[in-house]
Design a binder for this molecule. Sequence first.
Ligand SMILES: [Zn+2]
Ligand SMILES: [Zn+2]
Length: 344
Amino acid sequence: MDFFSEIVGETVILGIDSLILGFCVKQLSKCKYILNALQTAPVLDIDESLNKEINKYSNYTIPYVVIRGLVKPLGAPITSNYNQSVTGVVQRLTIKEHVIARTLAGFWSDQTRTIHEVCNAAPFVLSNGKYSIEVVDALAADLLDMDVISDKFEPMSPGVIDHVWGFFSGVRQRGLQTMEEMLRDGSYITAIGELSRSNSGALKIQPPREDLPLYLTTSTKSSLLKRLAGSRDFLRVLLIVFGAVAAVASGRIAYKYLKRRKRRDLELTMKKQLATGRRERRAQARESGLADVQLCVVCTENPKEIILLPCGHVCLCEDCADNIKEQCPICREKIESKAPAFIT
Ligand SMILES: [Zn+2]
Ligand SMILES: [Zn+2]
């Protein structure tokens, strides 16, 4: 067995593990970056002081800022499909299929698949009395907390054919879930993003540059920070776990490599010992003066030392036997194996 096939398991594990590790490292650095930006982001009130604050920044733009206010539509709001009395500014309709699917291991497990999703958004502002800030591109938010307006599950009652089909296809339908979520007008939310003032004096908050997320959430800055710190700690744990897996896999590869080298060294030493023994035997044989019939038929120098099987001819010395692999030089029969022969 060559070395690679000996370590193929460890190599595969190490390969997959380093991919996961790479992903974790990337996520962790992103998480730390956001955490850092959020920690230093100023918390501002929507009032007169906001304009003064913006004046301190170049281009009248604050790169990352935390603002709380009431959601207010600029034009006509969106009305809920399920409850006419509910209006909002962002609406998400999702249809999910619930199935029981057979996993690779052969077990059946509950699974949910989104089969349809529609988002609608109306322009809106965050307001506080007479002051307001327009929220631009709300659908691009990384975190968009919405109220669930309607959540219905319609179970399917499968017939015999469905059962049979489900058994063979590995997927059984359970039902459809239709859900409507909305960011309602009048909700009090925290917006975290880039705040800027246009030439006309209008204020807007939008997805920031520099890879930072836009948040539109009902949580406060401190609870968001806690949540981010939680994911950072979780990523750290993952990093330790997958780091340990990588260490074990590399350790095993190193161990196997060293073991293999040791075995090869041992084989080499044994070969050398055998060669020395052979030389000594030959020296003795020459001293005793061998008859021609006792000499190897190829080199006619060394004594006959090897028996060829299955024909059974003892006609070669060890050196010549190393070079002759196919046929017996006497009877031309195929050589299947060789063994040392001791003629005394
Ligand atoms: Zn020979
Ligand atoms: Zn033969």
